[in-house]
Ligand binder design. Structure first.
Ligand code: F3S
Length: 280
């Protein structure tokens, strides 16, 4: 049996950067309070907790003088308020998320209504919505019931959505509203790391008998990788670590493909591959 890793997988630039910034800040300041988990991965969160990074749910819970913003970001007005309320803010917002936030703010200030293609419950999407100055909505359905069709409409995406799904959404939306709007701006805010990881996962899934996607169940980009592999018609399992591997999955399989979410540490991937080699 052959085990093959996707050519792009695991920690992305934004996650590596966020973890490094929080580690440096914790070493310098002792205790810091992070507005949510730095990334959606329990092992990473536990390791940072040992260094002194505490997680709080909202800015009102911050008691100390050092706050951290995770890679998913915080709405721009809330971030600006936090910077004026708290002595030191360690801003680990991924630059790709910041780009989407700035695009949202510019559109709002130019009088556009903004549609964000994404998961309304995701912290990053909340942060982009929070940058829309009250002019944004979040959806994954193009069937939007506008009270009054907007004259100027801007469309953005959550950074970790699939480019194909965003493209399909935009096409359907155009079919419905093109003749009603005066001006339409579509900004593709899907990040490079997401595009590369998704393309690599699909390519690997297309010639594998089984795919393992390693990552946290709470990680949106990890779940998306698993969906894409399954769409290729290959048996796909999302595992958080070695405990979930089952020998029966690999019976009569010749080619195992491995990929991992952008918040999955290299050590977790290596442990899964080692356990897999021992199972086979
Ligand atoms: Fe940033 Fe994309 Fe990673 S938005 S945190 S580079 S998945």
């Amino acid at each position: 049996m052959q085990i093959e890793r996707a050519r792009e997988m695991g920690f992305c630039f934004g996650v590596r950067r966020a973890i490094k910034l929080l580690e440096q800040a914790a070493r310098k300041h002792g205790t810091i309070e992070s507005l949510g988990a730095v990334v959606h991965n329990r092992q990473v969160v536990n390791r940072l907790a040992e260094l002194g990074v505490k997680i709080v749910d909202n800015a009102d819970q911050i008691k100390g003088s050092v706050a951290a913003i995770p890679s998913h970001g915080l709405g721009l007005p809330q971030l600006e308020k936090l910077k004026s309320d708290v002595l030191t803010v360690v801003d680990a917002t991924c630059p790709f998320v910041r780009r989407a936030q700035m695009a949202a703010r510019k559109l709002a200030q130019a009088g556009f209504q903004i549609v964000i293609f994404g998961d309304a419950e995701h912290a990053e999407v909340k942060a982009i919505l929070g940058s829309c100055e009250g002019r944004g909505i979040v959806t994954t359905e193009a069937n939007i019931a506008f009270v009054k069709p907007p004259r100027r409409l801007g469309v953005l995406s959550q950074t970790t959505q699939s480019p194909e799904r965003f493209g399909q959404f935009v096409k359907e939306l155009l079919d419905r509203i093109l003749l009603d709007v005066d001006e339409l701006r579509i900004i593709n805010t899907i990040c490079d790391a997401t595009r590369e990881r998704q393309a690599a996962a699909r390519e690997l899934a297309s010639h594998s008998d089984i795919m393992l996607v390693v990552g946290d169940l709470n990680s949106a980009n990890t779940r998306r990788l698993a969906e894409l592999c399954a769409v290729e018609g290959v048996e796909t399992h999302l595992v958080e670590g070695t405990n979930q591997l089952e020998a029966i999955w690999f019976k009569n399989k010749k080619h195992v493909g491995i990929t991992a979410g952008a918040s999955t540490p290299d050590e977790t991937i290596d442990l899964v591959i080692t356990k897999l080699q021992n199972l086979l």
